[in-house]
Design a protein around this ligand. Sequence first.
Ligand SMILES: Nc1nc2c(ncn2[C@@H]2O[C@H](COP(=O)(O)OP(=O)(O)OP(=O)(O)O)[C@@H](O)[C@H]2O)c(=O)[nH]1
Ligand SMILES: [Mg+2]
Length: 417
Amino acid sequence: MDRPGLAWPIEESLKELERLADTDEADVVAVFTQRLAKPIPKTYIGSGKASEIAQCVEELDADVVIFDEELSPSQQSNLEHILGGNIKVIDRTALILDIFARHARTREGRLQVQLAQNKYLLPRLRGMWSHLVREQTRGGIGSRFGQGESQLEVDRRLVRKRISSLERELEVLERRRNVQSHARHSAGIYRVSLVGYTNAGKSTTLNALSDASVYVKDELFATLDPTTRSIELDEGRRITLTDTVGFIQKLPTSLIEAFKSTLLETRKANLLLKVVDAHDPHAQMQLQTVDRIIDDLGAHNIPSVVVYNKCDLLKRDELDALCAQHSEAEFISAATGFGMRSLCYRIAKEASREERLFTVCIPFSEGSLVRTIHERCHVVHEAYNELGCVATIRADEHMAQALKKYTVENETQIIDD
Ligand SMILES: Nc1nc2c(ncn2[C@@H]2O[C@H](COP(=O)(O)OP(=O)(O)OP(=O)(O)O)[C@@H](O)[C@H]2O)c(=O)[nH]1
Ligand SMILES: [Mg+2]
């Protein structure tokens, strides 16, 4: 529905909805728009438009009508009534939930999707009854709702019970993940998170920078579960790089709530790489959406670098213009390797901003500490004397505290001693 104040032009939003439908293996046979000042409370669209859709649905023998914005439970069932027959009416949220259900691989991912589905389902149970009964014969989009429960058992009480049990299970997994991420945090390793619009090339970038083999596909929401890899930059510094679920405009609130712990991991990063598909005509709108979601997650104070990916698809003059416009950004092609060295250099530069320079003297008895310093800090100068290894290093505050007892004012002090 086209109405004043929409963040995205309606045609663009509908094109994206088509891609979402395509990812969920549905063929789009017709597209309708309506210009209204605000939605009609009972049926979202006007009655004339609803009859027009009903007629087209019959002529084209369509199975599903997808609305680009979230419908209230009553709008959904009223529309089904008007459109008649076996037509299923779903909204963008249900479609995205269905894609997530297809793509969830890990236990945590599956539980998060089930939680989001059940939260979406709860106020819609009455309307869903007719869907579910019809599902027995039709299958397809939306049929993954209420997984594992017989249709007759689906009532509010059971769904509420399921929601609390999913929340409990997720809490346990979250605690476990927090212990792992705390271990990394206390090890003082610089953490970089890849964030960005879905399909921008985050996973491809992670694969290009590490030996990861994260699933990459030209479809929306290929990645749901976060992957972290430890990589060594040229100067010997170790960092972790995390790839996570992509963002989209109108990201359903039930999904944000269910994926909160995964999304909030972003807040623990030292640096955000905002990966943008430079070849997408809507790159800037996508970047704005990403920034809005980062704001909502409370991660806006984390230093960030915008990384324009897929530069191999740009013509030379397009790339030059983009570079001129965004001099602070990085320009890469994760597919061809273009710009990757510069990106690594930039990460190292950002990491060194949080660091200070100091000198330590590590006694010979603490040989393993010298190895740790090489792994986690940037060693500017290193020499050995009779006391041990004297190294001038760049390290973050955390590491500086951990090495406090070995810190010396300057190298001459050691030599004089
Ligand atoms: N030409 C070109 N294609 C790329 C590049 N980087 C990624 N792609 C393609 O873009 C598509 C999406 O890449 P992914 O790495 O899966 O993107 P993502 O950001 O992880 O996407 P989601 O996990 O779905 O949010 C795939 O078909 C990739 O092969 C690039 O630098 N150049
Ligand atoms: Mg991905």
